[in-house]
Design a protein around this ligand. Structure first.
Ligand code: FAD
Ligand code: SF4
Length: 327
């Protein structure tokens, strides 16, 4: 890891100014950034520590919606009573992410900005070809070991998964990322790789996530996050689904449905085709299973990751039916 300078920012303006300088990076919990610096993927000239900025770790959640400061810790958000009551999928996504130690250290802003776990991306010494790390160098994963790679949203340049759990829940419920005065929906905050997989977010140097907000809705209130993985803890998703449902007065007909996939796409993946297919229908197992197949419309596998195309619709169906049982 090469030398870098360190600045403890005293105000958001100071942080933005310092982070806008070439070679500067924001430092929050450090659980991603320090790893990436150690393996030579991130090579900051200076780190701008934002963890001492006041007022950016608040959590306000209730029947009106939620606003979460970018410096709120994953564990604090997961256990917040308002989040658990009004946005259970968000709480469950956080509880199932990483480990207790990481959740106590890592922040919501840093979580959204985490980078892919593609092994080639994280091993520059042995795999120089990686378009995300070095534009134009090629992609070692296409034709390589790609069991954990994406089947949705891929391009000829990159097939890396976006690995985060929280953003999958946020995209299902139309959450908004606040960059100071500028706001972007979570859907717009994550870019498809296309020809420029190195560009993951439409943000400028020095822009900083200050908060996220989530609108309240009956579907968010009756929601869940189902994560299937190789082992039950401390593991990224093989496939996951954030689902929220609202029923008509009969308690069986679906009025509103939200579905997003994690662990299978290059970005958090909202699946409106499943939502549209089931709205207005009575919740029945076979109808749900058939509609859930639409979750992987357009999916492309690379051999070893074909299982994700079969797994993802099952995870979606199981999550929807679980919410139906709870009705
Ligand atoms: P940092 O490491 O400080 O920063 C990460 C990036 O975000 C950096 O580029 C930094 O410059 C940028 N950044 C930080 N704050 C801001 C801000 N406010 N505005 C703009 N940019 C900012 N995550 C999951 O979702 N699910 C998992 O199962 C999971 N498992 C994990 C297992 C391991 C072993 C590890 C190491 C991590 C795992 N993670 C998982 C990822 C973990 O959640 C992230 O490392 C963590 O959320 C990052 O937050 P941080 O505050 O430490 O960010
Ligand atoms: Fe790099 Fe993307 Fe290919 Fe992985 S999948 S090696 S991140 S270009």
């Amino acid at each position: 890891m090469r030398d870098f300078s360190y600045l403890r920012a005293q105000s958001p303006d100071e942080a933005r100014r310092a982070a806008a300088l070439p070679g500067a990076m924001l430092l929050a919990g450090g659980t991603t950034l320090i790893d990436l610096a150690k393996c030579g993927v991130a090579e900051p000239d200076s780190l701008v520590d934002i963890t001492h900025l006041l007022g950016m770790d608040s959590i306000e959640a209730g029947a009106h919606g939620a606003t979460i400061g970018a410096l709120a810790k994953m564990s604090h958000v997961a256990e917040d009573a308002g989040i658990r009551e009004h946005f259970p999928a968000v709480s469950e996504a956080l509880w199932q992410a990483a480990s207790a130690q990481l959740r106590n250290m890592a922040t919501i802003g840093g979580n959204l900005m985490q980078r892919t776990r593609c092994g080639y991306f994280r091993d520059p010494a042995n795999f120089p070809a990686c378009n995300k790390r070095t534009p134009g160098s090629g992609c070692s994963a296409i034709g390589g070991v790609n069991r954990g790679h994406a089947v949705l949203g891929t391009s000829d340049a990159c097939i890396a998964i976006y690995p985060g759990d929280l953003a999958t829940a946020l995209v299902a419920f139309d959450a908004v990322v606040h960059l100071g005065d500028r706001q972007l929906t979570v859907d717009d905050f994550f870019l498809l790789p296309g020809d420029t997989p190195d560009r993951e977010h439409p943000i400028a140097p020095g822009e900083m996530i200050t908060a996220i907000s989530i609108p309240a809705s009956p579907a968010a209130r009756r929601s869940t996050y189902l994560k299937v993985r190789d082992r039950q803890s401390y593991e990224f998703a093989a496939a996951s689904a954030a689902v929220g449902i609202e029923f008509e007065a009969d308690g069986r007909t679906i009025r509103d449905l939200r579905v997003a996939l994690g662990g299978v796409a290059t970005r958090p993946w909202r699946v409106r085709a499943v939502e549209d297919a089931l709205k207005g229908k009575v919740l029945e197992a076979e109808t749900v299973r058939q509609a859930s197949l639409l979750a992987v419309e357009g999916a492309v596998d690379h051999g070893a990751n074909h299982y994700k195309i079969e797994l993802a619709p099952r995870v979606v169906a199981r999550a929807i039916l679980k919410l139906g049982d709870a009705a």
